[in-house]
Design a protein around this ligand. Structure first.
Ligand SMILES: O=C1O[C@H](COP(=O)(O)O)[C@@H](O)[C@H](O)[C@H]1O
Length: 245
């Protein structure tokens, strides 16, 4: 399992480079497995890479890309906080994705109404149904943003969701970062990904970056618990990397 840490002068350089590598990765995955499977994330850089990809929309065969989300907010479908809605606006409405290959998590006004546990169970069933072992796909790439306290997806420090070892998807009712109700993939499923990429900018993330690089306890720093089976790459701006030796 390889690890790489790349440091960029600006957030823009970070997302543009990540987008170029995303195109390479998807192209290679499609050559090897026909369809590439990608887990998207939210946050400034998680959406930033999608905007950078929109500027280069002719290169990827989007009809052969499966798109999942690492987490989303359990709010109405048209709420601007939805990671999936932001992804549509930044990229997915602009490229020829196959709608049958796009798997957003259910919103709070979707088929399960306000039942967040049913919505989480539905997403687990979707992942299981698209896997070879009844659990979840081996994603080609899982994109991750990160909070200053080390959260990834909606896995926050010292929470049951972060400690989960059995379920692939769980409901979060009390996220310390608003909105409180979210659905998230768990660490065991993140870690089925061939490649895990962290997209992180800002001095407020520097302590968490050091913790992850030093192999901290994921209960304290959830970011420390995410690894690709083939490669883990940290895309950092200089501020986020400022405390690395
Ligand atoms: O709550 C969330 O935050 C993280 C990181 O966001 P950022 O704006 O600080 O980069 C994001 O990756 C995650 O999907 C989202 O739900």
């Amino acid at each position: 399992m390889a690890n790489e840490t790349l440091v960029f002068e600006s957030k823009q350089e970070l997302v543009v480079t990540a987008a170029a590598r995303f195109i390479d990765l998807v192209t290679r995955a499609q050559a090897e497995r026909d369809v590439a499977s990608i887990v998207l994330t939210g946050g400034s850089n998680g959406i930033g890479i999608l905007s950078a990809l929109a500027a280069d929309s002719g290169t990827i065969d989007w009809s052969r890309v499966d798109l999942y989300w690492g987490d989303d907010r359990f709010v109405p479908a048209d709420d601007p906080e939805r990671n999936s809605g932001q992804a549509r606006e930044a990229l997915l409405d602009k490229v020829p994705v196959d709608p049958s290959r796009v798997f957003p998590m259910a919103p709070s006004d979707g088929p399960f109404g306000d039942d967040i546990d049913a919505a989480a169970a539905d997403y687990a069933a979707i992942l299981a149904g698209r896997s070879s072992d009844g659990i979840a796909p081996e994603f080609d790439l899982h994109l991750l943003g990160m909070g200053g306290e080390g959260h990834i997806n909606s896995l926050f420090p010292h929470t049951a969701a972060t400690a989960e070892t059995e379920k692939s998807v769980v409901a979060v009712e009390d996220s310390p970062k608003p909105p409180p109700r979210r659905i998230t993939l768990t660490l065991p499923v993140v870690n089925r990904s061939r490649n895990v990429w962290f997209l992180v900018a800002g001095a407020d993330k520097a302590e968490a970056v050091v913790a992850a690089h030093n192999g901290a306890d994921p209960a304290d720093w959830p970011c420390a618990g995410a690894h690709g089976t083939e490669e883990t790459i940290w895309f950092l701006d200089e501020d986020a990397a400022s405390r690395l030796k």
